[in-house]
Write a protein that binds this ligand. Structure first.
Ligand code: PBG
Length: 325
């Protein structure tokens, strides 16, 4: 009997060899940490469905950013939770609102050491919890919403946001925001478009965290249908044409085919958002003792990277950065 001449196991023999030939790695500089900031909050509040994640006060944000920086994570994406909500989501574009103040304060303290990304959407700011303005019959008014997004973009840019990330899945949102930023003289502020954002059960914990569950209905008339793969490529081409600088896939872990497709579809950097439900699932499994958190976390993040994502937005940013450093 002959022995195998080709042995894949030769390069798996020890850790150094494996690291030497590893095709993918993660660096803290590729990670973005999501952060929730709540108006009128006195101290950080734990989020029931996301153990280990907190709603921050505009002040506690600072300490957390410091912690992230010391681990090598230099980008955050901010989600605001206002006290006042109305049909137009007025607070979202209020230049002296708490989120805008928070952006200003973070930039004042940390300058260009930290990149502040602002999520641009209306769901946290509207009393009905939808991502846009509604028509009289309760449907999304896409084009009226674009007008609001343009105002929000300008207000966020004026507050000092470094990168603007529209997440509402309105048609034409990238172009509307690009035009608004350019006409306000903010030509150098890049847009990270939530390009292929699917209507997903895995946003459940986020709606707790950001207090933005829709008061009626769901988001299926504007977010993507998770049965569709080719449509995501179409969305990517559109966002590229509209002027997006980075395109995003969301959620990440169950959408690796989409990440891979988008990597091929354009030459823009691809971001992936490992969403709240993905985080909470891993956390819960680890807390129940079903697997070790570190290893499972690494496996999911590497898989997202391997599929073609360059940037990863993850609630594990701090822990992952410490792990991969
Ligand atoms: C909308 C927005 C959502 C998330 C990011 N931006 C919620 C939604 O579309 O329902 C979800 C993020 C997560 O689940 O971690 N502003």
């Amino acid at each position: 009997m002959s022995i195998p001449r080709v042995r894949s196991q030769r390069l798996r023999f020890n850790r150094v060899l494996r690291d030497l030939v590893a095709e993918v790695s993660i660096s803290p500089s590729n990670l973005i940490s999501p952060m929730f900031v709540k108006e009128d909050l006195d101290e950080p509040a734990p989020i029931r469905s996301m153990p280990g994640v907190f709603q921050h006060t505009p002040v506690s944000v600072q300490a957390h950013v410091k912690e992230l920086l010391s681990a090598g994570v230099r980008a955050i994406i901010l989600f605001g939770i206002p006290t006042h909500k109305d049909a137009q989501g007025s607070e979202a574009s209020n230049p002296s609102g708490f989120l805008h103040r928070t952006v200003r304060e973070v930039k004042d303290v940390f300058g260009d050491d930290v990149l502040v990304v602002t999520d641009l959407c209306l769901d946290e700011y509207t009393d009905h919890g939808h991502c846009g303005i509604l028509t009289g019959s309760g449907h999304i008014d896409n084009d009226a919403t674009l007008q609001r997004y343009a105002e929000i973009a300008i207000s966020q840019a004026e507050a000092g946001a470094d990168l603007i990330a529209p997440s509402g899945m309105m048609d034409g949102q990238v172009e509307a925001i690009r035009n608004a930023l350019d006409s306000a003289g903010r030509t150098m502020i890049p847009i990270m478009a939530y390009t292929a954002k699917f209507a997903s059960a895995f946003y459940g914990p986020f709606r707790d965290a950001a207090e933005c569950a829709p008061a009626f209905g769901d988001r299926r008339s504007y977010q993507m249908d998770f049965r569709n793969r080719r449509e995501a490529v179409r969305e990517a081409i559109l966002d590229d044409m509209e002027g997006a600088d980075v395109i995003m896939v969301k959620p990440a872990g169950h959408y690796l085919d989409i990440i891979s497709d988008l990597r091929e579809a354009t030459d823009l950097p691809v971001a992936a958002f490992q969403v709240s439900g993905e985080y909470s699932m891993l956390r819960a499994g680890a807390d129940a003792g079903y697997f070790a958190l570190d290893v499972a976390m690494e496996e999911t993040l590497i898989a997202i990277k391997r599929a073609g994502a360059t940037l990863i937005i993850t609630y594990f940013a701090l822990e992952a950065a410490r792990l991969f450093r």
